[in-house]
Design a protein around this ligand. Structure first.
Ligand code: HEC
Ligand code: HEC
Length: 215
């Protein structure tokens, strides 16, 4: 498994359990009809932006464009199984057939709009340093070691490039109350948990600003 090479030994148990869960079904589920698919994608885009670039509305809708399919698939299941807490997405994901879910993950991967922007530019250099080097004094590893040097992600490691800075800030400051909420079904969110504690608010703002500028 590709992610294995990044993990410390304590995380291997989680990743193995996780990988096994992922290969349970052998056959690809039936694909939706074109009409069903188009209707559903349009629905996603009313919130996530016409090109999946993200949207600032009543709540902050994350960018889905270019996101890693394995990560998206797991998050949609996590919302439905309440491993990840979000009322809106729990309802959205509950209504997706397995075939629709797979088709949607492939679709959003291929979109490539410009980042939405809007972050304070003066924070970008500090954010880049944190992303590339981590914070040794706080045992925070380089973000790039898992999310990739360009922040494009891979497999269960999400793309962060071009993500909305305020979305990233919210996720990193609320990790414990949103992710990994089913103790009986631990998932890959456990990997990020200690990292979120090692970062101060100004550091999170800086790294979020940097990531939001990446194409
Ligand atoms: C009514 C608005 C709305 C609709 C419709 C909607 N979403 Fe979302 N979605 C959100 C919000 C808000 C979040 C952020 C949740 C959070 O903050 O944790 C989100 C989060 C996500 C995430 C997690 C992204 C990440 O980076 O972790 C995925 C994946 C996702 N949505 C996919 C979809 C798909 C696919 C559809 C269409 C089937 C869809 N959404 C429809 C509002 C919506
Ligand atoms: C040891 C590997 C690893 C390192 C190092 C790492 N991450 Fe992550 N990160 C992950 C994994 C795995 C996920 C997916 C978690 C999940 O499945 O819920 C993730 C998820 C995230 C998310 C949520 C993305 C979304 O769309 O909701 C953000 C934001 C994030 N990481 C930022 C960072 C930052 C900033 C750093 C550096 C300070 C960092 N990560 C370092 C593995 C890592």
């Amino acid at each position: 498994m590709v992610i294995g090479k990044y993990f410390s030994t304590q995380m291997i148990a989680i990743s193995v359990a996780f990988a096994t869960a992922g290969v349970a079904s052998a056959a690809e589920p039936a694909a939706p009809s074109k009409q069903e698919f188009d209707t559903k994608v349009l629905y996603c885009k009313t919130c996530h932006g016409l090109n999946g670039e993200g949207f600032r509305g009543a709540s902050i809708m994350p960018r889905l464009a270019g996101q890693q399919p394995d990560y998206v698939e797991n998050q949609l299941k996590a919302f439905d199984e309440r491993r990840r807490q979000n009322k809106i997405m729990a309802n959205v994901s509950h209504a997706l057939s397995p075939g629709m879910l797979i088709a949607l993950t492939k679709y959003f991967k291929d979109l490539n709009p410009k980042p939405l922007g809007g972050a304070p530019k003066d924070l970008v250099p500090e954010g880049k340093k944190i992303f590339d080097e981590g914070i040794a004094a706080k045992d925070v590893p380089a973000c790039a070691s898992c999310h990739g040097p360009q922040a494009k992600g891979e497999g269960q490691f999400p793309r962060l490039a071009g993500q909305l800075h305020d979305y990233i800030f919210n996720k990193l400051t609320h990790w414990n109350t949103e992710r990994g909420q089913d103790a009986k079904n631990p998932d890959s969110s456990a990997i990020m948990e200690p990292i979120t504690h090692g970062l101060t608010e100004p550091q999170i703002k800086a790294v979020a600003a940097y990531l939001s500028t990446l194409e």
